[in-house]
Design a protein around this ligand. Structure first.
Ligand code: I4D
Ligand code: MG
Ligand code: MG
Length: 291
């Protein structure tokens, strides 16, 4: 664990530097481009911040590998090997960034032998630096984090996202999931607009669970470790073991809450992050049935 502390501290330093670029652009006029749907946005700042983070890391750790959201969007192969790998979302919450909705985060995870060794989520506008090292606990601005420990789904506040999909199957699935959870009943549904911040709210105890279908490894790899190091549970939406490449996740305060959500929530078909999108004729996005 201590072996990667220096890397993590470097990650925290460059996240703070990148945040300055994001906050300066946050208030400025933005040129917005579309990716997989009219709600999947990217800006020049997303691309610039990712390039800045990767070049600074590569300069210090030339043998390390990268999985970056905007590098993959530009055609780079998404492959997690046993090599030390930085998994980066330069701006998580780009729709929020474009609208100046004040929740945008930099998410940086670091994996070796396909196991996450540390995770950093920097919520820039809030100035909240969430971090965790495997086996070392979870912190926000150096204050220890603990989940709520809530075991009763009827006393739970659940966070989710509608995501970027706008096809009928995805929208019907996600709204049905929300309706079925509310009918249990749970005490509320929230959506912050950034998967990374949604998920670290479970680590703070401010939410009792988060679930999502369709997000990517760079959205949640860091926050998944932060949740487990805060005493939480992270599973696939079907209740099986979490797999950051599956694009399906439940993060919860306790196993009973996680398992209850897994009983209710249904996923729509999604190509895995590590599947070749070219093999699937929908551009590597969640498959629409065209309903
Ligand atoms: O594209 P960015 O990096 O902003 O990530 C967001 C995804 O785009 C959303 O679909 C998803 O629903 C989450 O909001 C996720 O944070
Ligand atoms: Mg993201
Ligand atoms: Mg992003």
């Amino acid at each position: 664990m201590a072996e990667w502390t220096e890397c993590m501290n470097f990650g925290i330093t460059i996240a703070r530097q990148a945040s300055k670029v994001i906050l300066e652009a946050f208030r400025a006029k933005k040129d917005v481009m579309l990716k997989s749907s009219p709600a999947d946005l990217v800006t020049e700042t997303d691309q610039r911040v990712e390039k800045m983070l990767i070049s600074r890391i590569r300069e210090r750790y030339p043998t390390h590998k990268f999985i970056g959201e905007e590098s993959v969007a530009a055609g780079e192969k998404l492959e997690l090997t046993d090599s030390p790998t930085w998994i980066i979302d330069p701006i998580d919450g780009t729709v929020n960034f474009v609208h100046r909705f004040p929740f945008v985060a930099i998410s940086i995870a670091f994996a070796v032998n396909k196991q996450t060794e540390f995770g950093i989520v920097y919520s820039c506008v809030e100035d909240k630096m969430y971090r965790a090292q495997r086996g070392g606990g979870a912190f926000v601005n150096d204050v220890p984090l603990h989940t709520s420990g809530q075991e009763d789904i009827t006393k739970s506040l659940v966070v989710t996202e509608i995501g970027a999909e706008r096809d009928c199957l995805a929208l019907c699935t996600m709204t049905t999931n929300i309706m079925n959870l509310l009918a249990i009943p749970i005490q509320g549904i929230r959506a912050v607009g950034t998967a990374a911040v949604d998920m670290v709210l479970v680590a703070t105890g401010g939410a009792d669970a988060y679930y999502h279908i369709g997000m990517h490894c760079w959205d949640i790899a860091a926050s998944a470790l932060i949740v487990t190091e805060a005493g939480g549970v992270v599973l696939d939406t079907d209740g099986s073991e979490f797999d950051m490449m599956s694009r399906k996740v439940i993060a919860a305060s306790s196993m009973p809450v996680a398992k209850r959500i897994a009983q209710v929530v249904r996923a729509f078909p999604c190509t895995r992050d590590d599947e070749d999108p070219a093999r699937v004729n929908n551009g590597g996005h969640c498959i629409s049935s065209g309903l």
